[in-house]
Structures are given as structure tokens and as C-alpha cells.
Design a protein. Structure first.
Lengths: 219, 971
């Protein structure tokens, strides 16, 4: 059971990582002059949309959170709307935090907001997919020994990795190397992306490695 | 804990740090070696340029062209100030003001010319004076001695003039007095240090200038005007005051030209430029671009001026003036003569020959300097010197050949002109390359000393960490950690001293002290290592399972790893110049990260959620505690404070697109009166608000109940201090001439109000030192008085009647109660303000210090101080809150994250009070708060400027440990 679950997780995560790699390559066939660094904002949009859609599709296909009872259509709609509101709020919150961390307040608002959207996609959207719009479950997952399934462990790891990646991404900005990727917010968004991809790959391996210690509480 | 060992230990640690820093500095701030030799008239340097032609009397090295020269130095005369563009429709305040230069240059193109005058960094006045007289480059360390003005030891223009019997008269900036003691035939010095004083120096010079010029008792006259520079510091270049000042300079030059004779050379020079904010000291384009204007009544130039003014390095003035006046070029000069001034009246060939001869003299002098310099120091790379030597000898050889040809023929062959031109080019090439080689290699360091200093400082940090861990656990701490290392250190120093005595070498105090520091550190670590296993055995008498011990230790290390990791990021950033430049943004970023990490960790450990009930556990739900919202609000306020404090930044010249904060300039520089008034009112309101907040905080915790002098001071002295500061700001921010007849009163007020603040604050601090307790104890044992109220005369009103009965009732009740209590031998003592007994004293001290430091800063930086106090308060509350949530019992142990966040906040506010670790960013104005004229000593201005620069560190360091547990108790 557990082995199979881990294998499914690995496949899903590899798919996600692959999709990110594809977003950097494929659009250049359709869009004139598309590069990740040159037309960074476009790439941010494409990447957020692709990763978001893929996550939603994977969630629908794999159903990692087996909801105990079937819900009515109206409930589903309300859940969906709630998810949308949560996602939007998390974008705003991320934007505010990024600005408080020293991003420019007035200039390059679009860049900062799209970066916030990307971060939300990597973190909040995943939480929404796996846990649903249920803050209490989120609080539980992000505390020690709070994960109750393979999927939730993976969620912990990818979220922390993306945020750490974004944080480390800020470090090269002051350096005087004069590289195109040192411009705000390219290094941070690349850092977040690499962090997320690293998290996607590390998570199944780590779970596999520690499968003896990880005894999830059965509900 | 004993008191003296602690003090001694702290002193020892301070010594370790100072030794490390001193060692590093001695390797980092190197000075160029100054040669003591000087040129003299009889040097066999140059053969007479033409055989059979001897120098006229009174000339050395080259024939004298002018017998007199006037050098007018207008401090901070940027090139743009001197330039005149008649086509400009609406000039800025500093543009098109020096019309007389333009008039002379256009009406007499062969008599006058304007140059771009490139100063070498650092662009501080003293370094520039050195450059303008020695013809050499200043070194880093000189900047630090700017206000102590050591006399110039090297050979210089003034020394040469004096040596050759010329009379040098000086008037203006008194920096010259220290640099050239007893060199002047006559001198009129005026105080230069007060940058707020625009007129004293200039008016003083103008009073003496024309009589001196007319009297003719001089050969070289130097006038150093400071008004433009001071106006830049006070108001910035883009201000009507600057227009007034430049117009005054224009008038001065116009009448000076009329007073000059035919044999006099006039030089008008700026020693450096200024930035858009009126500062200088760095190497940005606007700071190094000064102006030079040359004029004489006899024709100087062979041809008209070029379209665009030529750019010449500042050191070029030295050989030019020396040769024009017929004195030897100073020995260490590396400047190049301005040859066009030597062309004379003849045809092109004779002009070129004359230029060649001065180039030859110049090149020979530079070659001699390079040769003797390479004998004493190995700075200059050998292969480059070799190359220069070859270039020099081949050029000189060709020159002699050419001279011989010219001597032989009376008719000059036509191809000679081109040969002359190419030869001049080669001389120029040689001189420029020599200068470039010197410039490059005079910025070199001692890597070994720097590394040694870094290691000493790092080891001291480690020592402090170990000592802080040991102090709580070990009883024999002071014997092992203080006595033995001190003995080791003394022994090391003594050994080194003996070795020096035997080898007969000079004793370098710095080296000895750093070796002593190293020895004592080794002693400390050795004793710690020896004791370590003993302790481990003691603790591990019942050995726990090895694996769990490892895991626990790992966990403890991980807990340390987060704050320490951030500390290491910060330390590592010091080794990258990009991060040093960006430190103003790094510190707040790391602070925000640390605080967020703290919250995240609390969450991860489950301290923020309520303990799960079995039912919730079943559902897998958690919910937050109530006080989490308080914590989150605090974090949000902190982040907002951190972000807002970024608006008070100063800029470094490394980031050209950076604009310094508008709040840094004093209110006096604002031209819009409404904005000025508004800001003034805001600042005063802020001060009043601060006093109100402090007083209400103290009242809330019951610290204002007693009638101690300190409490009285808080009640009445604080508002008085604020009143004085407000009055001082009002007086200081008014423009000079708007007050008219009140001028004298203002002069008094500008001094009196700061002194009132100094006095009040020191009284307050003294009171605090004498009796820091603000606890009010009310003893109920003594309140047992007589039941009967003393007769106070006939009750006059109904109110008194109404009060009598309750009073009697109350007294009876009290006496009954006390009698009952006496029976059980108990009496109550009520104490007010005991919970905040530590913090109240500190809050009072910090408020006083804050007032003092705000007074030293420009008015609008008081907003930054408000943010500082708020952020410190919030940080302490976050700390308390986190401890409460994490359930730590010990209030007197401080975790590392709190220490590091405090440190980061201190360095963040160093930048947010408008400072940068660069010389131009020092707020020199602070030295004149409360002092109108010059200082007699250097100590007082140093204290004031130091207090201004390290304001944030003073406030943060002064408020660390005690208030944290105190606040923890009260909240």
C-alpha cells in the first residue's frame, strides 16, 4: 500500500517537474523571442498557469485526499469559490510580505505580484488541492508530526523548499556581476522554482528513505 | 557573583577585540612612504637648455616667467559653477554666476582659459591641499587625520618658494596653518570647521585681500574661500543661497583682476567639486570635477582656447606653477607641466623647443623621484619601472640629438616641426604612464596582518560564546577563564619584549599587544579543553544511551543553527564588497527573516496551537491559541517598522542611481515655507508624543507615584527638554537673513538651547545614577494616627461637613484593622512599580539619551528615532510573547535569536538614521550643535560626531539585557 503510494507520488512529482522544464522550452516555439530571462513576466504567467492546472488535474485523477463522504454539487461549488478566494488572498499576502522584505513599493508592481502568484501556486495551491479550504488542516500539517499521509509529507517538503528557494534567490541581487538574472524578481522566482523542483524530487526519496520512521496516524 | 572579576573579564575581552581590529587596520590602511628629500636650486638635474645660454637671475631650473602669482582657491568650486553658458534661458541657482571668467576668456582668449580640474579621490579639503602643493597622491589614512591637520613633511611648493626667498602670504581656511607651520610671510587664518557658518572666512579674506594685493609685499598670495563649500553642506548646490555666494565670488574676482599687475599670474581653482547634496569626499564624477581658471595681463597662450575646456589632473598645477615662478619642482611631484603656458611669444618652433625644455625638466624630476622611491620601497612593480626607464632614456637621448641639430643649423628644416611634435608626445606619454603606475600601486595592503586580525577577532567571538556558556555552569569560572589566560598573555608579551631587547629591534606596541592577545586566547582555549572532559565525566556519571544523547545534542545544535546561521550570513557578507555596499538592505532582510523564522519554529513545534483534545485529535484538526493574534500583530508591526525605516537611507557613491532620502537634509535647506512649517510641527508633535508615551507607560506601571527627584524630573524635566529642543530646531531652521535685527539674539539662542538640553539631560542621568529606583513603597504600619481629626477651625462650607463623617469612619476602620494586624504581627507594605523596577530606570535613561541623540541629528530624523523606539519595544514584546508561548520558565536566560535580532536591529538603524560607513556620510554638523565658533580641542567634536554616528548602537546596546526579563514580568 505504502510503496504503491510512494510510487504514485514520485510519478506525479516528476510530471510536475517535467512540466516546469517544458514551460521554459515549449513556448519559444509559439511565441516570438520567448526566453525565461528576456520575457520573464510571460514565463511567470505560463509557469503559474501550467503548474496550477497540472496540480488540479493530478488532484482530480489521483484523489490523494479521500473525502469520507460524497458532497453535493452546491457544496462543491462553494468549496471551489472558497478555494479561489483563498488563493487570491494568499497572493495578496505574499505580495505584502515580499514588499515588507524590501521589494520596491511602487515600481515594478506587476513583477512583484506575478512573483507572489508563482509562490502561491507552488505553496497555497498545493495545500488547497490536497487539504481543501480548511485552515485547521493546514495548521495541523505544518506542525511537527502533523503529516498524516505520504501526500502531506510531500506537501510539507515542497512548500518549505519553494519558500527557502525564494529566500535564497534574494542573495545574488546585490552582487556586482551584472548578469541579466540578477534583476528583480528573476533571481527570486528562479530560486523559488528550483526550490520547488528540488522539493518535488527530494520528497519521494526522503519519504522512501524514512518510511520506517514515518508511521502515519491512521484515522 | 563578584563584581571585580566581571569587570576585569569584560576589559580583557575588549582588549582582545581592540588588538584584533588594530592589527587588521594596520594591514588595511597603509600609508605611502613619504620621501624626506627635497629639490634644490643647485641640483645638477638639468643642463641649461641651450648651450651658452644661462638662466636669468632669480630663476631655478627654468627661466622665470612671472614674478608674482595669486592663487585663489574657492573650496568646492565644481566645474559647472565656473562654466558660463549665455544661451541658457533659465539657469539653476549655481549656473551662470561667475560671469567674469567667461568675460575674460572670450574678450582676451590668449590671456585666460578655463580648465576642467580633476581632483584625485579622496576629495576632502586637506588631501586636496596636499595634492595641490606636493604634486603627489594622498593615501587612505590621511582622511582620518583631516581635522588634526598634521604638518606636511614632504617637499612642497610652499617650501620651495620659501627656500628660494619668496614671500608667501596666506588668507582663509586655517587648515593651512597646521599643514604649513611657519611657512608664511604673513597670514590671516579663519576657522574652517563650522560648516554652518557661510560668511566668517570669506568676509575676513575680503577685508584683507585688496590692501594686501596693493601693498605689493608678497610674491605668492593664496586666498582660500570656504563659503561655497559651506553653503553646499548647509543648503546644497541647488539653493538661492548658493547663487548669492557665487555672485559674491564673481564680484571678488572682478575687482581682484583690476588690482593685478602685468607680472602677476592669477589662478582660480576649486579643490574639489560637490555632489547634488553638497557633500564631497568620494570619487564620483561630480566630486572630482573642479574648475581651474588661469589669467594674466600678458599673453599666456600661443593660440585661442579649444572648443571644449581641456581636462587636466590636479597635480599638474604644481610643476607648472613652480617652473613659471622659477623655483624647483617639489621632489615627489608626479604631475605633468601644462606646456601650453610655456609657449611664449615666438613662432611655433621656438615655442615647441621651450615646451620641450620644460618637459625635459619635468621628466627628469619624475625619473629621479621614481628612482629614489624604488630604492626605499618595493611597491612599484619592477618591470613597469624598467619599461618607464627605457622610455625615459630613449626620449632624452632623442631630445639631446635634436637639440644638437637645432644648434648646428640656423635654418630650421621643415620636417623638424613634426619631430618636435612627436617628441613632446613621447614626453607626455612617459609622464602619464609614470603617474598611472604610481596611482595603481599606492593602494596596496598587508594581507598577513589583515588575516591575523580577522583570526584574532573571530577567536575572540568564539571565546565570548564559550565564556557565556561556561559562566552559568562552572563555579571555578573566573580562575580558569580569567586568571590563567591573563597570565599566559602577560607571559607572551614579556617573552616578546625580551626577544626584542635581545635583537635590538624597535618595539611595535601593536604587534606585542596582538601577540599577547593571541597567547591569552590560547591559554583560555587550552584550559577550557582540559576542563572539558572533566565536566563531561561529571555530567555523564549515569551514561545515557549513546544514540539518544547524540540526537539530543543534534537537536540542541539545530536550535542554535538558525540564529547562528543568520549571524554567519551577516559576517560572511562582510567579506564581499557588493554585500558591504548593500548592507543597508541586508540587515533588515535578515532581521525580518529571523523573526519570521522564530514564528515558524514556534508553529512547527506546536506552541501556537491549543493542546489537542482527544476529539480533535481524532478529526485531525488544530486551532490557534487566543494570544497568537497578539504575536502576529507584533510581527506585522515589526515588519512595517523595518520597511518604513528604509526610507531614511543615505547613499554611497558606488550606487549612482541611488537618491538619498529627503529627510536627511536639515529643515534649513527647505525652500517651501509651508512644507518647512508642517515638518517642524510634525517633529515637535512627535517629540511631545514620545514624552507622553513614556510618561503614561511609567504611570501605568506605577513608577510615577513617589516624590523622588528622579520622578519629579520625569514629570517636569522631560517636557522642558522637549521645549528646548523644539526652540533650538525653530531657531536653527530659519534662514540667516530672514531675521534681520534679531540676528544677535539668534546667535545666542543657537548656543543656549542645546546647552540647556545637555545640562538637563546630564542632570537627569546623574539623578538616575544616584537613585535609579522609581518604586514607591507605602508603609501601612505608620498610618495609625489619632482617630480624632485635628481641629482646623470652623468648617467653612458644606463640603467640609460632608467630609468629616467619612474621614472619622475611615480612621476608625484603619485603626481597628491595624490593631487586628498588630495582634498577628503583620503589617503590609504596598510597593508601586516593583514589576518594572529595572525597565523604568532604563526607559528613563534611554529617553534622555534619545533626546540628546535626536538633537545631534537633523530635525526630520526624529521620525527614524520614533521607529527605532517602536521597533525595539516590539522586538522585546515578541521575545516575551515567544517565551510565554514556548513555556520557558527562566526569565533571566536569553536565547541567541533574541541577541542576534537585537544586533541586526542595531545595525539596521545605523543605516536608517542616515549613516553609511563612508567618510562623506559622516554628519559633521553634529559637532556644532551648541557651539557657534571653532572648537579649541578635538575631543569634544569627536564625542559629538561619534555619538551622532553610533546613535543606534548606543541606544540598542544601552537597553539590552535588563529590560527583557523586566518586560517579561510585566506583560
Amino acid at each position: 500500500m505504502k510503496e504503491a503510494e510512494i510510487r504514485r507520488l514520485l510519478a506525479a512529482n516528476l510530471l510536475c517537474a517535467l512540466s516546469i522544464v517544458l514551460t521554459a522550452v515549449v513556448p519559444s516555439f509559439f511565441l516570438e523571442g520567448f526566453t525565461v530571462l528576456g520575457t520573464h513576466l510571460t514565463w511567470l504567467c505560463v509557469c503559474s498557469v501550467c503548474v496550477g492546472t497540472l496540480n488540479v488535474i493530478l488532484h482530480l485523477v489521483l484523489k490523494p485526499s479521500q473525502s469520507p463522504k460524497r458532497s453535493s454539487f452546491a457544496q462543491k461549488i462553494s468549496r471551489f469559490l472558497k478555494c479561489c478566494v483563498y488563493f487570491f488572498m494568499s497572493c495578496i499576502l505574499f505580495h505584502a510580505i515580499i514588499v515588507l522584505y524590501g521589494a520596491p513599493l511602487i515600481e515594478s508592481v506587476t513583477e512583484t505580484f506575478l512573483f507572489a502568484v508563482l509562490l502561491s501556486t507552488f505553496t497555497t495551491l498545493q495545500c488547497l488541492c490536497i487539504l481543501g479550504p480548511n485552515i485547521q488542516a493546514w495548521i495541523r500539517v505544518f506542525s511537527k508530526n502533523g503529516a498524516m499521509s505520504v501526500w502531506e509529507s510531500s506537501l510539507q517538503i515542497t512548500t518549505v523548499c519553494s519558500i527557502l528557494g525564494a529566500w535564497f534567490g534574494a542573495f545574488p541581487i546585490p552582487l556586482d556581476w551584472d548578469r541579466p538574472w540578477q534583476v528583480w524578481p528573476i533571481s527570486c522566482s528562479l530560486g523559488a522554482t528550483f526550490g520547488y523542483m528540488a522539493g518535488l524530487i527530494i520528497a519521494p526519496l526522503w519519504i522512501h528513505w524514512n518510511r520506517k520512521q514515518l508511521t502515519y496516524k491512521s484515522r | 557573583m563578584q563584581r571585580w572579576p566581571v569587570v576585569l573579564f569584560l576589559a580583557w575581552v575588549c582588549f582582545l577585540f581592540f588588538a584584533g581590529i588594530g592589527l587588521f587596520m594596520s594591514g588595511f590602511l597603509l600609508t605611502r612612504i613619504e620621501l624626506a628629500s627635497s629639490s634644490s636650486c643647485s641640483d645638477p638635474l638639468v643642463p641649461p637648455p641651450w648651450e651658452g645660454q644661462s638662466l636669468p637671475p632669480g630663476s631655478c631650473w627654468a627661466p622665470q616667467r612671472f614674478s608674482k602669482a595669486v592663487l585663489v582657491i574657492i573650496d568646492a568650486l565644481r566645474f559647472e559653477f565656473a562654466r558660463f553658458d549665455p544661451g541658457k534661458a533659465s539657469p539653476l541657482p549655481y549656473e551662470n554666476k561667475l560671469g567674469v571668467l567667461h568675460h575674460l576668456a572670450t574678450s582676451q582668449p590668449r590671456h585666460a582659459r578655463l580648465y576642467r580640474f580633476r581632483a584625485d579621490p579622496p576629495t576632502a579639503t586637506m588631501q586636496r591641499i596636499k595634492g595641490l602643493t606636493t604634486g603627489s597622491l594622498p593615501t587612505f589614512i590621511d582622511v582620518g587625520s583631516n581635522f588634526a591637520s598634521y604638518a606636511i613633511q614632504e617637499d612642497n611648493l610652499l617650501a620651495q618658494l620659501v627656500q628660494n626667498g619668496r614671500r608667501v602670504v596666506f588668507m582663509g581656511d586655517d587648515t593651512w596653518e597646521g599643514l604649513f607651520p611657519k611657512k608664511f610671510f604673513r597670514s590671516y587664518f579663519f576657522p574652517s570647521f563650522n560648516v554652518k557658518d557661510l560668511h566668517t572666512v570669506d568676509d575676513g579674506i575680503l577685508q584683507h585681500l585688496y590692501p594686501t594685493v596693493d601693498s605689493g609685499e608678497w610674491d605668492m598670495l593664496i586666498a582660500h574661500f570656504l563659503g561655497v563649500d559651506h553653503c553646499g553642506h548647509k543648503h546644497g548646490p541647488d539653493h538661492p543661497e548658493m547663487a548669492k555666494k557665487l555672485t559674491q565670488m564673481n564680484e571678488m574676482l572682478r575687482s581682484l583682476v583690476d588690482h593685478l599687475g602685468n607680472d602677476t599670474l592669477l589662478l582660480v581653482a576649486g579643490d574639489h567639486g560637490m555632489t547634488e547634496t553638497g557633500d564631497h569626499g568620494g570619487d564620483s564624477e561630480k566630486e572630482v570635477n573642479a574648475a581651474l581658471f588661469v589669467y594674466s595681463r600678458t599673453p599666456l597662450f600661443g593660440s585661442g582656447p579649444p572648443e571644449e575646456p581641456e581636462t587636466i589632473p590636479q597635480v599638474n598645477l604644481v610643476p607648472t606653477v613652480a617652473l613659471l615662478l622659477g623655483v624647483p619642482i617639489p621632489y615627489s611631484n608626479i604631475g605633468e607641466v601644462m606646456a601650453e603656458l610655456f609657449s611664449g611669444d615666438g613662432d611655433t618652433v621656438s615655442a615647441a623647443l621651450q615646451q620641450l625644455s620644460v618637459y625635459h625638466i619635468n621628466a627628469k624630476q619624475v625619473d629621479r623621484f621614481l628612482h629614489s622611491y624604488s630604492l626605499v620601497a618595493q611597491d612599484l612593480p619592477a618591470e613597469q619601472l624598467q619599461h618607464l626607464q627605457e622610455l625615459f632614456s630613449s626620449t632624452v637621448e632623442e631630445h639631446t640629438q635634436l637639440l644638437a641639430e637645432v644648434q648646428g643649423t640656423t635654418l630650421v628644416p621643415p620636417e623638424l616641426e613634426s619631430r618636435l611634435g612627436s617628441l613632446i608626445g613621447r614626453f607626455q606619454l612617459y609622464l602619464r604612464e609614470a603617474r598611472a603606475v604610481c596611482t595603481q600601486s599606492w593602494a596596496r595592503f598587508h594581507p598577513l596582518r589583515m588575516v591575523g586580525g580577522c583570526i584574532l577577532v573571530a577567536a575572540s567571538c568564539l571565546l565570548c560564546y564559550i565564556a557565556s556558556e561556561l559562566a552559568t555552569s562552572s563555579n571555578s569560572f573566573y580562575r580558569s577563564c580569567l586568571l590563567y589566560p591573563l597570565l599566559w598573555g602577560l607571559m607572551g608579551a614579556a617573552l616578546l619584549g625580551l626577544a626584542h631587547i635581545f635583537t635590538q629591534e624597535g618595539l611595535d606596541l601593536l604587534l606585542v599587544s596582538s601577540w599577547a592577545a593571541a597567547a591569552s586566547q590560547i591559554g583560555f582555549f587550552w584550559h577550557w579543553w582540559v576542563q572539558h572532559p572533566k565536566r563531561a565525566r561529571l555530567v555523564g556519571s549515569q551514561p545515557p544511551l549513546a544514540s539518544s544523547g547524540l540526537r539530543q545534542r543534534l537537536r540542541a545544535w539545530l536550535g542554535l543553527a538558525f540564529p547562528m546561521g543568520i549571524l554567519f550570513f551577516r559576517c560572511g557578507a562582510m567579506f564581499s564588497d557588493s554585500f558591504v555596499v548593500a548592507e543597508a538592505r541586508v540587515a533588515p532582510f535578515l532581521l525580518a527573516s529571523l523573526v519570521m523564522l522564530l514564528v515558524g519554529k514556534l508553529h512547527w513545534d506546536g506552541h501556537l496551537t491549543v493542546p489537542e483534545s482527544p476529539k480533535q485529535q481524532l478529526l485531525g484538526f488544530s486551532s490557534y491559541r487566543k494570544d497568537i493574534w497578539y504575536l502576529l500583530c507584533l510581527v506585522a508591526v515589526l515588519l512595517v517598522c523595518v520597511r518604513l525605516s528604509g526610507f531614511f537611507h543615505q547613499c554611497r557613491e558606488e550606487i549612482p542611481q541611488c537618491r538619498p532620502s529627503l529627510f536627511l537634509s536639515p529643515l534649513a535647506s527647505l525652500r517651501n515655507t509651508r512644507a518647512k512649517n508642517l515638518f517642524y510641527l510634525l517633529c515637535v508633535a512627535l517629540l511631545a508624543g514620545l514624552v507622553y508615551a513614556v510618561r503614561s507607560w511609567l504611570r501605568h506601571y506605577g513608577n510615577l507615584n513617589s516624590s523622588d527627584p528622579l520622578v519629579l524630573f520625569v514629570r517636569w524635566g522631560f517636557p522642558l527638554v522637549v521645549l528646548c529642543i523644539a526652540c533650538y530646531w525653530a531657531v536653527a531652521s530659519s534662514t540667516d537673513d530672514s531675521l534681520g535685527k534679531l540676528q544677535e539674539l539668534v546667535q545666542v539662542a543657537v548656543v543656549a538651547f542645546p546647552w540647556a538640553v545637555y545640562g538637563l539631560a546630564s542632570v537627569g542621568l546623574l539623578l538616575l545614577l544616584c537613585n535609579p529606583m522609581t518604586v514607591f513603597a507605602k508603609d501601612t504600619r505608620e498610618s495609625a494616627g489619632s482617630i480624632v481629626t485635628p481641629y482646623l477651625g470652623v468648617p467653612s462650607s458644606e463640603v467640609d461637613f460632608l467630609h468629616v463623617i467619612p474621614q472619622i469612619y475611615k480612621r476608625m476602620q484603619e485603626s481597628q484593622k491595624s490593631r487586628l494586624e498588630r495582634g498577628s504581627c503583620r503589617a503590609t507594605v504596598a510597593a508601586y512599580g516593583l514589576g518594572s523596577v529595572y525597565s523604568a530606570a532604563l526607559v528613563i535613561a534611554l529617553t534622555l539619551l534619545g533626546f540628546l541623540l535626536m538633537l545631534l541629528h537633523s530635525e526630520r530624523l526624529s521620525f527614524a528615532f520614533l521607529l527605532l523606539f517602536l521597533e525595539a519595544f516590539v522586538l522585546l514584546h515578541i521575545h516575551t510573547c515567544a517565551r510565554g508561548l514556548a513555556g520557558d520558565a527562566e526569565p533571566f536566560s536569553v536565547p541567541w535569536y533574541a541577541v542576534i535580532s537585537w544586533l541586526l536591529a542595531a545595525s539596521q538603524f545605523f543605516y536608517s538614521t542616515g549613516h553609511q560607513p563612508i567618510f562623506p556620510a559622516i554628519h559633521w554638523n553634529a559637532a556644532f550643535v551648541g557651539f557657534h565658533l571653532d572648537h579649541s580641542t578635538n575631543l569634544l567634536p569627536a564625542v559629538l560626531v561619534g555619538a551622532n554616528t553610533f546613535a543606534s548602537h548606543i541606544l540598542f546596546a544601552g537597553s539590552w539585557l535588563p529590560p527583557a526579563p523586566a518586560l517579561a514580568l510585566c506583560v
